[in-house]
Design a protein around this ligand. Structure first.
Ligand code: SAH
Ligand code: SF4
Length: 350
């Protein structure tokens, strides 16, 4: 019989489980506090639970904690962890220190099907979606291994979160539940390559998190080339969706991500077009100078090009952050997440 994974359940589902076990709903609060708030997987340590519930949990449920099969630390404190899922598949999660706060980058899939040409994760394609319990377990592992409270979660690891909408939405609800992990919805950010219908679903479901959109180009011609998803959801449609999102969610500041590729999308004209696309939009722009990897055709622009691009945006009163590539020497920087196992497999099949 397949056991229910406790760390993939919401509060309401834990109440339902107590009901099934013939125990009082208040024990859902005890389970939430122990598993999600104190990150303690030891059910026996919850003294308040009645035996009937204890026995039910032992028979029907489990708590999933992935093994950390590798860990690397960069000089700037960024730590990359390789986590093994129950079927042996491995995903990466990255802990990033910034001004004393810890941000954890969460993977939502093993691989990715979107196929952006500048992204290392894309090269192996999609293996499978992660479950909400597996993503929650990434957070458990992050807290346990760092020994510190993770402040922010960003769904910017391996995978396209909106291609795995149901499990990701479930995960977002678990981590923001005030009775459990209690992450503020402002501190959870979902980054998408621009899956328009799923973005409307986020609006409809009032998903409690921030939105980040990987725009990465200012013309359809270039975006088609670097992000094949643009053929389905071109720039004008995507930007309209972002505007609808902001209108529907109130003044929620959206993050616009822009990977800078030398000679492809980094000209002053691109900067000007970007200002036009973002005109009147309540957003922060994250400039991500490309992180090169073996075999890529792209190059990282020089610092002077990045500065000039940034200056055009600042002049147009845009809020701009040039994201330093933390942990570059351990390939933990943005878009560099790929397990050694996947990499080896890819090389073999190449
Ligand atoms: N699939 C989602 C989230 C994961 S990628 C998305 O695409 O938004 C997170 C961010 O890393 C995206 O903005 C993506 O454009 C960027 N990225 C991917 N590869 C990169 C690279 N080699 N250098 C810099 N940024 C990269
Ligand atoms: Fe997937 Fe995002 Fe990489 Fe594109 S940039 S291939 S959507 S992980």
């Amino acid at each position: 019989m397949r056991k229910t994974t406790l760390n993939g359940l919401t509060y309401d589902q834990l109440v339902e489980l107590c009901h099934l076990a013939g125990a009082k709903p208040v024990h859902a609060d005890h389970l939430m506090a122990s598993i999600f708030r104190r990150y303690n997987p030891d059910i026996d340590a919850i003294t308040e639970l009645p035996n009937v519930l204890r026995n039910y949990l032992a028979e029907h449920t489990c708590i999933f904690e992935p093994d950390c099969t590798a860990s690397q630390q960069a000089a700037d404190g960024t730590q990359k962890l390789l986590l093994k899922m129950p079927d042996g598949k491995e995903v990466e999660t990255v802990l990033i220190q910034a001004s004393g706060r810890l941000t954890q980058c969460i993977s939502s899939q093993v691989g990715c099907a979107v196929g952006c040409t500048f992204c290392l994760t894309a090269t192996a394609g999609l293996t499978r979606n992660l479950t909400a319990a597996e993503m929650a377990a990434e957070v458990f592992a992050g807290q346990r291994i760092s020994g510190r409270k993770v402040r922010n979660l960003v769904l910017m690891g391996m995978g396209e979160p909106l291609h795995n909408y149901n499990e990701v939405a479930h995960f977002v609800r678990i981590v923001t539940d005030p009775k459990g992990m209690a992450f503020s919805p402002n501190r959870v950010t979902l980054s998408t390559s621009g899956l328009v219908p799923a973005m409307y679903r986020m609006i409809e479901d009032e998903l409690p998190c921030n939105l980040a959109v990987s725009l990465n180009a200012t013309t359809d011609e270039v975006r088609n080339r670097i992000m094949p998803i643009n053929r389905k959801y071109p720039i004008a449609m995507l930007m309209q969706t972002v505007r609808d999102y902001i209108a529907a969610r109130g003044n929620k500041r959206v993050l616009i991500e822009y990977v800078m590729l030398a000679g492809i999308n980094d000209s002053p004209d691109d900067a000007t077009r970007l200002c036009e696309l973002l005109d009147g939009l309540d957003c922060t722009v994250n400039l991500l100078p490309f992180n090169p990897f073996d075999g890529t055709e792209f190059e990282r622009p020089g610092d002077d090009i990045v500065s000039a691009f940034r200056a055009v945006l600042v002049k147009a009163d845009k809020v701009v952050v040039v994201r330093e590539s933390r942990g570059r020497e351990i390939s933990a920087a943005c878009g560099q997440l790929k397990t050694e196992t996947v990499a080896t497999r890819h090389h073999r099949s190449a």
